[in-house]
Ligand binder design. Structure first.
Ligand SMILES: CC(C)(COP(=O)(O)OP(=O)(O)OC[C@H]1O[C@@H](n2cnc3c(N)ncnc32)[C@H](O)[C@@H]1OP(=O)(O)O)[C@@H](O)C(=O)NCCC(=O)NCCS
Length: 150
């Protein structure tokens, strides 16, 4: 396991590195131009990145749809660092922050290759998503947390 730090991007430079990784992993391989790695919810989202020796090697984002339901999007780990638990660390920290803010359910639209990772963390498929860039099948998944009554 790498000695990574999971932190929120704060400065302009950090946000640039964070969005660049998103683009590099999730958009560039399908010839999508810079800019396509952002949506309209950035300003109201929880942003997290994994940093190793001052380099951003992973990222993930959470946003609220309602006060009880949140969505995780834009999960990406740089190719050379995958399968070492970096994605898991980002996911866990995002979940922690989302549930701490009162959500009882997290949904996400997983690429086919990422489905097993989310299943390991309690997410279940509930619907088919679209096929993106003509080849990537997506599945809608959700995780529900039942809160114990005090
Ligand atoms: C999906 C993605 C974010 C996962 O990141 P990651 O850092 O590789 O995630 P993890 O290392 O925590 O887990 C990935 C796998 O490695 C395994 N793993 C974790 N730590 C490990 C270790 N130390 N040794 C071996 N395997 C390990 C996990 O069990 C998991 O297995 P699975 O794929 O069979 O479920 C990354 O693969 C990625 O960016 N993919 C391309 C973009 C993408 O698909 N994004 C998701 C959109 S929904």
């Amino acid at each position: 396991m790498y000695k990574i730090k999971i932190v929120e991007p704060k400065s302009k430079k950090e946000f640039e590195a964070y969005y660049f990784l998103r683009w590099q992993v999730l958009r560039k391989p399908w010839n999508q131009p810079p800019g396509t790695e952002k949506d309209e919810l950035e300003s109201q989202s929880i942003h997290l990145m994994a940093v190793l020796n001052n380099k951003v090697i992973g990222c993930g984002r959470g946003h609220f749809i309602t006060s009880k339901q949140a969505q995780i999007r834009w999960m990406a780990v740089a190719e050379d660092f995958r399968k070492n638990g970096v994605g898991t660390e980002i996911l866990k920290e995002l979940e922690k922050r989302i549930f701490a803010k009162g959500a009882t359910e997290i949904i996400l639209k997983a690429r086919e290759k990422a489905v097993s990772l989310y299943q390991k963390h309690g997410y279940e498929i509930y619907d088919d998503g679209e096929i993106m860039f003509g080849e990537i099948m997506h599945y809608w998944m959700k995780k529900i947390v039942i809160k114990e009554k005090a």
